[in-house]
Design a binder for this molecule. Structure first.
Ligand code: ACO
Length: 440
């Protein structure tokens, strides 16, 4: 731990193995759980810790995001997510995450200009898109094009140069929306729409997705506010799978575009960012409130792989605060687009009510997460389910770049290299043919 303030803490953890005992310092966090520093465990006791899924392991020290999963609290740099969702916009939140505090008016104006300078993509990236199949998932294009940025923007690959790092983060945030919109346009067979820098980040994204050569998209303030709130709510979530992937990739010194592409890949999985698409598809599969009990039963059956998508979270053992905000927005958006009684929303709300009263979900403390309502909103705005995770990825570029920057600037940063509990063969003599059945 680099932070001297933390190191001053005098608490000690004692570990006894056989006749030997070892002492490890305990560091207090400003809020939340303390940690035992076991970094010297191997050198002193010649043993590793075992923690699959990192359920009890803090991988780094961070000042960016705080989550209190027991009480459903999420804060970026100390600010409650509810306040940010109501009073900020996405670019202000990006600035907050990366630079540590809310910008003043002048700083924010300058930052908006700096970000908007990077919304265009190199013309040759258009050729890159032509290489994808039209039916490719837009996340496949997102992963590929994000990684490919490192070949186009070689003047921001030196991670030891703070100016290059900052320019790379601005490029990643600004271009992610353009790449996401291009992936969408490509998948529906329309030509790409150039960004407009007089629009806000969210308005511009809607414009690039829904304007076309024949018709300009009329941006509704209600939909652009909903879009912006979705971007804010997904901007960071401390050391989740994709963020840890970005940090781990970055710990080897890989360039920022490659690290963010790794994060996009990790986010794609249905247990993480892919859950918003999966949640809407699940609601469509359930189809009617009549079928809810059947699906709740399936979710509780350990022999059935079905899970209630959009339910449960590694950290939140209470209602995800982001889901609460989105539930409110959902009603407004549906009303605005003229869906008075959306059967999918009705189904979602009934499913939520039933699940929250069910013993299984109560005991396991499974509540709706951010993905439960976001899909309904995005669908009402006009996005197909394949775009949901892309939108999550665009938002998360804020957190990924902030966390990557924090890692690079951490003086004790070193390459991430977990150890293992080896349970494979002991030394075998080469040429020995074993009779064991090959189960693969
Ligand atoms: N439906 C039914 N049962 C569930 C669900 C669910 N959605 N989520 C968890 N459980 C059960 C598990 O089967 C497990 O039961 P057990 O104790 O009998 O084995 C118990 O609740 C604990 O769940 P774990 O999977 O061990 O919890 P973990 O922290 O590893 O996983 C996760 C969290 C991946 C989010 C899980 O709840 C899940 O798969 N949910 C559905 C997918 C989803 O919505 N993902 C989005 C997460 S939010 C995000 O990434 C933005």
């Amino acid at each position: 731990m680099a932070n001297k303030k933390i190191i001053k803490n005098k608490k000690i953890a004692k570990l006894t193995i056989a006749d030997n005992s070892y002492e490890f310092p305990i560091y207090s966090s400003t809020e939340g759980e303390s940690v035992i520093d076991i970094s010297r465990l191997y050198s002193e006791a010649n043993i590793f810790t075992y923690d699959p899924g990192f359920t009890s392991t803090a991988s780094c020290e961070s000042k960016i995001t705080y989550i209190d999963g027991e009480n459903g609290i999420l804060r970026y740099r100390g600010y409650d997510i509810e306040d940010l969702a109501q009073k900020s916009d996405f670019i202000e939140v990006v600035n907050l995450l990366i630079y540590g505090d809310l910008p003043n008016k002048e700083q924010l104006k300058k930052y908006r200009r700096l970000i908007s300078r990077h919304t265009l993509l190199h013309e040759q990236i258009i050729n890159f898109f032509q290489g994808f199949r039209r039916d490719a998932h837009p996340m496949a294009m997102m992963v590929g094009v994000m990684g490919a940025l490192s070949s186009f923007y070689q003047d921001t690959l030196d991670i030891s140069d703070s100016h290059q790092r900052q320019e790379a983060t601005r490029r990643i945030v600004a271009k992610s929306a353009t790449i996401g919109a291009m992936a969408y346009k490509y998948s529906i067979g329309q030509s790409f729409v150039s960004p407009k820098n007089n629009l806000s980040f969210s308005e511009n994204f809607l414009h690039m997705c829904f304007s076309n050569t024949a018709e300009e998209y009329k941006i509704s303030p209600i939909l652009s506010k909903a879009m912006d709130t979705i971007f804010i709510l997904h901007a960071d979530h401390e050391q989740n799978a994709s963020t840890s992937t970005v940090r781990l990739a970055g710990s080897s010194g890989a360039n920022p575009f490659a690290c963010i592409a790794a994060g996009v890949s990790s986010l794609w999985g249905p247990a993480h960012g892919g859950a918003n698409q999966a949640a809407l598809e699940m609601l469509e599969e359930i189809g009617s409130t009549k079928n809810i009990n059947k699906y709740i039963k399936k979710a509780k059956n350990k022999k059935d792989p079905f899970k209630l998508m959009g339910f449960g979270h590694r950290v939140y053992k209470n209602y995800d605060p982001r889901a609460k905000i989105l539930k409110g927005i959902c009603q407004k958006v549906l009303k605005h687009v003229g869906i008075k009684n959306d059967p999918i929303l009705k189904l979602a709300m009934t499913l939520e009510k039933i699940a929250l009263k069910d013993k299984y979900f109560i005991e396991k403390r499974l509540y709706p997460n951010v993905d439960f309502y976001s899909g309904i909103i995005l669908r009402a705005i006009g996005f197909p389910p394949e775009m949901f995770t892309v939108i999550f990825a665009i938002s998360r570029t804020a957190g990924w770049t902030a966390q990557w920057t924090e890692m690079i600037e951490d003086p004790i940063q070193k390459i991430g290299r977990p150890r293992q509990l080896y349970t494979g063969n002991k030394s075998l003599k080469y040429g020995t043919i074993r009779s064991k059945k090959n189960t693969r």
